[in-house]
Write a protein that binds this ligand. Sequence first.
Ligand code: SF4
Length: 164
Amino acid sequence: MTLPGLTEEEHENLCRRCGSSCHWAVPVNGLPVVVDELHCTYLARDPDGRFRCTVYETRFEVAPWCRTAEQALEHGLLAQDCPYAKHRSGYRGKVTLHPRLQKTVEPAIRAEILRTGVPNGASLAGALRFLHRTGPETFKFKYDADNERHMPVVIHDVDEDGED
Ligand code: SF4
């Protein structure tokens, strides 16, 4: 589905490849905050800083957590200032904070990840990078009881492997 008055190509070209929709946002004071290291395991970053899906053609087969642009819009999974959300008044999407502000909320983000884990499909290597950058402990991930989320577990033997 394209936006009214746009060709399919014009519609596709609206994408800034900011990667927000392929990052998991962590709620901080009710605001869904994008965390640089917390993203889909299939997301890659090009040298120009823009993001790219490495499995775009087959994403709905290999990444069942992936959503169409319409679904992402419906569920507030696009960036707050996403061009695809411009026509939707009152749209509330994901926010990317200024690095200085992001630093101040990192302890809250860390606490939330320790409490709720990360969802299936998230890059566990990225999530570990965040946890190891923001605190002293070493972690690995274990599935929760429903096999839906990966819960961080502190390890004391740094040679033990984590999942990813
Ligand atoms: S599989 Fe979906 S969520 Fe993952 S990088 Fe590709 S488009 Fe983004």
